[in-house]
Write a new protein. Structure first.
Length: 236
């Protein structure tokens, strides 16, 4: 049945009918948890609606820039990043040549993606693009024990500038872009556009859904993600 026309059972009814109960829980806890469950069901449905709206975007801008990269296997043009896939997911890693070590937040995200990279490779081409020399990126990849992530150097910086991995003042920001290749034409499909200008008061800039599993897990805990803790490159 088409999800757009399907009549869904109201979330509060599904929550009330949920049979799960835990040992020694109070009636007050169950009432609050049932109300929360209804909101979680609505959130799940809203995520699905947003994903459908994203998929329905009209064609994005054609990719025409002079983009040059170098990976583990040598030089590559933009089309080469796709390998044999029709979709390219490209993450701009905050690891420019001025950095001795990369951004800890980016690294935390990519460490989680490393665990799913082989699975994602069955559906899309996933690449990580940074501006440090490829030798530096490969040394870091070995240090982290990454096996499946494909790292590329942006040789002339054009891609990073055009697709918001580098701001006009030269500062780096993380960027997540998706591209498509259809009938020989490469187009931009979507980019995470939530940054400082779209952040709510008291929150760090974040996308939704958050692509970093770290924060999703912490959001399920009593203390949440907090406001003064960030991941590090190591905890020795």
């Amino acid at each position: 049945m088409d999800a757009k026309t399907e009549t869904l059972t109201p979330a509060d009814q599904l929550a009330r009918d949920n049979p799960v109960r835990f040992p020694n829980e109070s009636a007050e806890y169950r009432a609050a948890r049932t109300a929360l469950l209804a909101q979680e069901i609505e959130l799940r449905r809203h995520i699905a609606r947003v994903a459908a709206q994203r998929r329905d975007l009209p064609p994005g801008g054609e990719v025409k820039g002079d983009y040059q990269f170098e990976g583990e296997d040598g030089p590559a043009d933009f089309a080469g990043l796709f390998k044999d896939k029709p979709t390219l997911v490209a993450y701009s890693y905050m690891f420019g040549p001025e950095r001795e070590r990369p951004c800890p937040m980016c690294t935390n995200l990519l460490g989680a993606w490393e665990g799913n990279a082989a699975d994602l490779d069955q559906k899309v081409s996933l690449v990580v693009i940074a501006r440090s020399p490829i030798e530096k990126l490969m040394a870091w990849k070995r240090e982290r024990g990454w096996k499946n992530l494909r790292l590329y150097t942006d040789l002339n910086g054009n891609y990073s500038r055009d697709y918001f991995g580098v701001l006009p003042d030269g500062s780096e920001i993380p960027a997540l872009n998706v591209f498509t290749r259809r009938d020989g034409t490469i187009r931009h499909f979507w980019s995470g556009e939530m940054g400082g200008s779209t952040a709510d008061p008291g929150q760090d800039p974040r996308g939704a859904p958050d692509p970093a599993p770290l924060w999703s897990v912490l959001d399920m805990t009593p203390d949440g993600r907090g406001r003064d803790w960030y991941p590090k490159l190591d905890y020795a």
